[in-house]
Design a protein around this ligand. Sequence first.
Ligand SMILES: [Zn+2]
Length: 332
Amino acid sequence: MTTRTSPLRADIDLEAPGRRVGHVRLPNSVHESAYGWIPIPIAVIRGGEGPTVLLTAGNHGDEYEGQIALLKLVRELDPARLRGRVIVLPRMNLPAAAAGRRTSPIDGGNLNRVFPGDPDGTVTEQIASYVASVLVPMTQASIDIHSGGSSLDYLPCAYARLPADPGLRARQRAALQAFGAPRAILVENPLTNNSMSATALAAGHVHFSTEIGGGGTTRPSSQAIADDGVRRFLAHLGVVDDAPPVAAPTRMMRVAGAEHYVYAPVRGLFEPAFELGDVVMRGQLAGRIHFPEEPERAPRELHFAGDGVLVCRRVSSLVAPGDCLAHLASDL
Ligand SMILES: [Zn+2]
């Protein structure tokens, strides 16, 4: 990793007023395309004086609410009525998004594990480097919109790594409530320090992520949370005047450490003993892993290590050691 500025640039002017849509051109010389480049879509909508907001989706390519919400936003935001600038990357990891996969088919990279990237690194590291060293420094606020992807399904929520600075923490809290997801989960022990969120918060952004649904699809209810939430975030920042009202106050929750997670210790078929949204207690049965190659063998029982609400579950029943099967969150 390096902090050197990425040499990549968008082929549109990000400074002038109005709406422009173009690409960040990432050179990729391969067998099929000797002088080729990867066209990562980028849009800018700029109006009058105001903050610059960065909205990203497709960090993981198989998470769709954010990609769809940002495509709508690019078409619908009116620069004449905007105070500030909105920069949109609807498919930040384009190779992964085009393949409908969490990770890049080019280099296997998980974009949300390689920030702040490397301008001389792999394709995925170069994308992270461009966002971290070019876009983040021109921005004051951002959301990186995620869902559970193909392997996980979430109760729709905003999902926030906590900034160290108490002032920024308070501004993040206010923005989470303005976004208006049914719940916001504050993450006390993030799974990585190399995420878009870690980079944006280190830069002092009012920032959070989301986990809106999952299972490699989208639903009207989860799509509406993304569509309306980004508009409410922009209204909260004073960038737009109007946004859909919040249906109900956001339930503030926390996810702690290992006691809130259930992982598979062995290979087999997982039979969950819970539904998303269930309230569970420490010691309660989480489910059983069956051994299909040994029909006479009793299944392995798994139990919850903490109390909380079941907010995330694995989609596939086929599990291997190390797979996350479920995680909990508890009320603040
Ligand atoms: Zn994701």
